[in-house]
Design a protein around this ligand. Structure first.
Ligand code: CP
Ligand code: NVA
Length: 301
């Protein structure tokens, strides 16, 4: 593994190895066992979109590993004034030991990686959110003791989260079912990948059908970053694509609920279901820290 650009690039074994290392790093942290595996190393973090979890967990994670992180907003970088991503990659590779980037187009992250001589980590694009889904898999394993054979259901937009959960779920042996409106389907590349898994993957337009007997229910906002101007039409299209008490009755009685956050309660999830499942949702947020430390150690140590 040279970079973390999207889960499609990782083997099942690489994913499981990251989750195992994340569990170990979580154990070490909770037991006060020092783990300065990236002493003296620096991670650059380029943000073209807002962030609470990604920014703070990468920065704190780097600190706990004995290294440091630099927050680089595109407003401040020459990238924001038109310097090319290719040149930015070649310059930053001379100073840093790794780059995390949150941006719009997946192709920008792929180009950055192509021109960098150091590891590149995708901190979210419009296409994928691999760090989040690794944290989700870690959380599912913690609550359910396994991944293989579980049914994962995502209800909502065919966005970066749905794309990555389909890939991460199938690669780790889960059955994956998703429900989205016809106009908001997952990426064709992901559907092509999922087609190889036969009846392990199902796509519905009905949330009720998708949720039947699910062990894990996941949702995300109806309008992602950069789509704020579409919110009114999206509210109409996504009405009913909600995790609520009715959906919970259709899912397995012991189903857990995940949300990458930030949540728009009352839209994709009700206040009631969110609070009933806050234990899972905030463990999931915490696990961003542990799993990203595992990613950084794997790529940068
Ligand atoms: N879930 C997630 O990536 O959160 P942030 O946008 O706050 O980083
Ligand atoms: N789909 C959301 C995820 C935020 C973490 C977005 O891209 O805005």
């Amino acid at each position: 593994m040279k970079h973390l650009l999207k889960l499609l690039d990782l083997s099942s074994e690489e994913i499981i190895n990251l989750l195992d290392l994340a569990d170990q790093l979580k154990y070490d942290l909770k037991h006060g066992i020092p783990h300065p595996k990236l002493k003296g190393k620096t991670l650059g973090m380029i943000f073209q979109k807002s962030s609470t979890r990604t920014r703070v967990s990468f920065e704190v994670g780097m600190y706990q590993l004995g290294g440091q992180a630099l927050f680089l907003s595109t407003n401040d970088l020459q990238l924001g004034r038109g310097e090319s991503i290719e040149d930015t990659a070649r310059v930053l590779s001379r100073y840093l030991d790794g780059i995390m980037i949150r941006t719009f187009e997946q192709s920008l992250v792929e180009t950055l990686a192509m021109y960098s001589s150091i590891p590149v980590i995708n901190g979210l694009t419009d296409f994928s959110h691999p760090c989040q889904v690794l944290a989700d898999l870690m959380t599912i394993r913690e609550f359910k003791g396994k991944l293989e054979g579980l049914k994962l259901c995502f209800i909502g937009d065919g966005n970066n989260m749905m794309n990555s959960l389909i890939v991460g779920g199938l690669k780790t042996g889960m059955q994956v079912s998703v429900a989205c409106p016809e106009r908001y389907m997952p990426d064709p590349l992901v559907l092509e990948f999922a087609a190889e898994y036969g009846d392990k993957f199902s796509l519905y337009h009905s949330p009720e059908q998708a949720a039947a007997d699910a062990d894990v229910l996941v949702t995300d906002v109806w309008a992602s970053m950069g789509q704020e101007n579409e919110i009114e039409e999206r509210k109409k299209a996504f009405a009913g694509y909600q995790i609520n008490s009715e959906i919970m009755k259709i899912a397995h009685p012991n189903a857990i609920v995940l949300h990458c956050l930030p949540a728009h309660k009352g839209e994709e999830i009700t206040h009631e279901v969110f609070e009933e499942h806050a234990a899972e949702i905030f463990e999931e947020a915490e696990n961003r820290l542990h799993v990203q430390k595992a990613v950084m150690v794997t790529l940068m140590a």
